[in-house]
Design a protein around this ligand. Structure first.
Ligand SMILES: [Zn+2]
Length: 89
């Protein structure tokens, strides 16, 4: 008995390649405000250890990234956000 391989279903190699266009979230969403009083927003842009994410990851524009950094630093200064989250002392 001969095996016929031709009727094998062609595996459609569909790569789920997200074309992640990097847009500044603050430019696209006018409701999103950079404010040190809203750590919930700022927390999206820091790592779990409390570091500010670089622009190439967040996709922010230079202007907003700068504002963001200022807001995060301000939030840290008034102890809304931690400098380092995972600190074991
Ligand atoms: Zn922007």
């Amino acid at each position: 008995m001969e095996q016929n391989n031709t009727d094998k279903p062609v595996r459609h190699s569909q790569k789920k390649f997200f074309h992640r266009k990097k847009f500044c979230r603050f430019c696209t969403d006018s409701n999103l405000k950079i404010d040190y009083k809203y750590p919930a927003v700022l927390n999206n842009f820091v790592t779990e250890r409390g570091k500010i994410m670089p622009r190439r990851i967040t996709g922010n524009c230079a202007r907003h990234q700068r504002e963001l950094a200022v807001a995060i630093k301000r939030a840290r200064a008034i102890a809304i956000m931690p400098f380092v989250a995972a600190e074991n002392k």
